[in-house]
Write a protein that binds this ligand. Structure first.
Ligand SMILES: Cc1ncc(COP(=O)(O)O)c(C=O)c1O
Length: 438
């Protein structure tokens, strides 16, 4: 029997699921509790494949939000990737992984004064400014500390990207500065000697599997950069084109044609640099999360109960939406569809049945699969949910019902590390004296 969708894993001669030479059932029996497992080799192959297809003046920037696991960040550091963070917490995690602040850019709505001060003090590669208030505060911090601040302008384009599953630009939105009002902000930044306007950043949408749509989007980003900056006589050192490269999560999804995207992008960049003098020395950035890490990760949980209710079979796992919100279809998906999942041990490949896979939470939305055809399962069996390396643990409501946190396992160089053991959710109480009459 062929595994659906995921071409990286396969079934070995024992009838167990194997990934990168590791028997997942064997690992599951050794690890306590539900867990995520990430394979460094899968990330490395994906990164290197992309890098080899890109023009030399294009850099890859890993979006930390996709998976901030420290081992994954360290791996990207060794691959010489840049990083995009969206909070002070992600910055600390990058510092923990030994990443140089000069490799980090900071985007996201709602950066507060303290986070901006930290970014300036640590001389981050760039802060993507997303509002007038952020520009005002950056100017204030730079002036009061006599520091320079590197900024990029995140633009919310006038046009919506076509055929992206999740659109973040081209609409009324909290992300970026509306293209229509950007000139005023550009002029404001240019007036301040302590602010270095390095370029433009556009992140328009995510989870796109259509090569032509991605190429059209990238070409539109370059046009925006020309419209806004070249007409003002500003030379752009960097254009961060966003990305939105998708992953085939669901049955029927076709893998993104990466060669088609990269060849077209190369042509666009050559043409742009030949025809626009102000962009001759520009470097381009692709900012990607899920495309780089999703396929490296599997979430593994155990069957703890099986019941039939009014003719439907429910397989109840010891972890669900609390650990993996995205697999429950509640993380921005328009339609709930089943992730690719499979028992780690195939006892009888010819006995399939239609089941519903649910987690242990007291909410009906804790459903990981509806009416999925799987080999017959028994209590004690393990199920692996594939393509779970991005927006897994840290994108989930882990405190709901106070179940234990899942473990995180990282596999690299024939070494298997339990980065975080399955753990309880303890309070760390701190009492602050407060007097109303102070
Ligand atoms: C600013 C920014 N960059 C990068 C990403 C990563 O997107 P993806 O994981 O789909 O590549 C996101 C996702 O929301 C984002 O908001």
């Amino acid at each position: 029997m062929k595994l659906p969708i995921n071409s990286i894993a396969h079934i070995n001669t024992l009838g167990h699921i194997e990934m990168e030479g590791y028997d997942l059932l064997d690992i599951a029996r050794k690890i306590d509790g539900p867990f995520y497992i990430y394979f460094a080799s899968v990330i490395e192959k994906q990164y290197k494949r992309l890098k080899a297809l890109l023009p030399t003046n294009m850099d890859i920037c890993y979006a930390v939000k996709a998976n901030p696991n420290r081992e994954i960040l360290t791996l990207f550091k060794t691959l010489k990737s840049a990083f995009d963070i969206s909070s002070g917490g992600e910055f600390s995690r990058c510092m923990d992984a030994g990443i140089s602040p000069q490799k980090i850019s900071f985007s996201g709505p709602g950066k507060d004064y303290k986070e901006l001060s930290e970014a300036i003090r640590n001389k981050l590669f760039a802060i993507s400014v997303e509002s007038r208030r952020e520009v005002d505060e950056i100017i204030h911090i730079a002036d009061t500390t006599a520091s320079t601040a590197n900024v990029m302008l995140r633009i919310n384009p006038t046009r919506k990207p076509e055929r992206f599953s999740l659109k973040m630009g081209g609409l009324p939105s909290q992300f970026g500065i509306d293209e229509e009002t950007a000139l005023e902000i550009i002029r404001m930044i240019k007036k301040h000697d302590l602010l270095d306007l390095m370029g433009i950043h556009v992140f328009n949408g995510t989870q796109c599997l259509d090569a032509r749509a991605i190429v059209e989007n990238i070409s539109e980003m370059i046009e925006i950069a020309k419209r806004l900056f070249l007409h003002e006589g500003i030379e752009l050192r960097y254009i961060n084109l966003g990305g939105g490269f998708g992953i085939p999560y669901y049955e029927g999804d076709r893998e993104l044609n990466l060669e088609e995207v990269c060849n077209a992008v190369k042509d666009i960049i050559i043409y742009t640099q030949e025809t626009s003098h102000g962009l001759k020395n520009t470097r381009f950035i692709l900012e990607l999360g899920r495309f780089l890490v999703a396929q490296s990760g599997i979430y593994i949980a155990k069957v703890i109960d099986i019941k039939i209710s009014r003719g439907k079979k429910f397989i109840i796992l010891n972890g669900g939406m609390n650990h993996h919100l995205a697999a429950s279809g509640n993380f921005g998906q328009v339609l709930r569809r089943n992730y690719c999942m499979y028992p780690l041990e195939l006892r009888d490949k010819n006995r399939l049945e239609k089941v519903n896979i649910v987690g242990p939470l007291c909410t009906s939305i804790d459903r990981l699969a509806s009416d999925i055809q799987l080999p017959v399962l028994m209590i004690g069996d393990y199920i692996g949910i594939f393509n779970s390396g991005a927006y897994g643990l840290t994108a989930s409501p882990i405190l709901f019902l106070l179940h234990n946190l899942p473990a995180e396992v990282f596999v690299s160089d024939e070494e298997l590390k339990i980065v975080r053991a399955t753990g309880g959710i303890q309070y760390e109480t701190q009492t602050i004296r407060y007097s109303a009459h102070q």
